[in-house]
Ligand binder design. Structure first.
Ligand code: DGL
Length: 265
């Protein structure tokens, strides 16, 4: 059976996972990509684990029905809530993402690292386990960032409101000595220029998107699933909310004016 055909399915609560999709496109130029933004249900960050699990299952079923050969959960919150059940339910490679605490612990000079993420990610058992592995080496500060996902969903990447929220969240980490900030939600790389501007040049930011894309390559390689095609792959986008609202934002953040986009059904 040919395991190399079909797109790589990628999903998030909204547009945040496009930060991962960009890196997958860079890492794997000839793969076809199918992206789902669950825009009718964004944000996931303050929803229950059961709710996120239900959404993640429905979207994974949709991706597989559309021929996906592998699934990337391009969302820290959904990974924390649902990756375990997705992996037990679906027989395809499933790659997730979690806050990059390890690289941050290796990089810090002050011994204090700050994690920006959603409340759901930070409250999860998965994150507690991850954090406890580094607690004896460094101080891990966490900052839930209520409202930031919504700002990115509106493509407000540098508005006064977004700046106000970020200043509040960053000050709480920087004042306590953090010199490395982890972008623990896939929406936040879109805010990296503003975060850098507010935090200043002495602070390092960790964006794990490229590492996730490399992991996708490794998994597909290992399973003999890398595309055999030599041309440039296609991208297709689906939203569960309004197409009229979703299309221009996705197109803007993806950086292509003419995208193929439809509804999640
Ligand atoms: N991009 C999702 C993440 O990485 C955002 C979750 C949300 O919708 O709150 O956590």
């Amino acid at each position: 059976m040919d395991k190399t055909g079909g797109p790589i399915g990628v999903f998030d609560s909204g547009v945040g996972g496009l930060s991962i999709l960009k890196e997958i496109r860079r890492e794997l130029p000839s793969e076809d990509l199918l992206y789902v933004a669950d825009s009718a249900h964004v944000p996931y960050g303050e929803k229950s684990v059961e709710y996120i699990e239900r959404r993640s299952t429905a979207i994974t079923e949709f991706l597989l029905d559309n021929g996906a050969k592998a699934v990337v959960v391009a969302c820290n919150t959904a990974t924390a809530a649902a990756i375990h059940s997705l992996r037990s339910r679906f027989p395809v490679p499933i790659v997730g993402i979690e806050p990059a605490v390890k690289p941050a612990a290796e990089m810090t000079r002050s011994g204090v690292v700050g994690i920006l993420a959603t409340s759901g990610t930070l409250a999860s058992d998965r994150f507690s386990t991850l954090r406890s592995r580094f607690d004896s080496e460094v101080e891990v500060l966490v900052q839930p960032c209520t409202g930031l996902v919504e700002q990115v969903e509106r493509a407000e990447l540098s508005s006064d409101a977004t700046r106000g929220l970020l200043e509040k969240y960053l000050v709480s980490l920087l004042d306590r000595g953090a010199d490395v900030i982890v972008l623990g939600c896939t929406h936040y790389p879109f805010l990296a220029p503003l975060i850098r501007e507010i935090a200043g040049p002495a602070i390092s930011l960790i964006d794990p998107s490229a590492a996730v894309a490399r992991e996708v390559r490794r998994r597909l390689e290992k399973e003999g699933m890398l595309s055999a095609a030599s041309g440039i792959g296609t991208e297709r986008f689906c939203v569960s909310g309004s197409l009229d609202e979703g299309a221009p934002i996705i197109s803007r953040l993806w950086g292509v004016s003419d995208i193929e986009i439809g509804m999640l059904r």
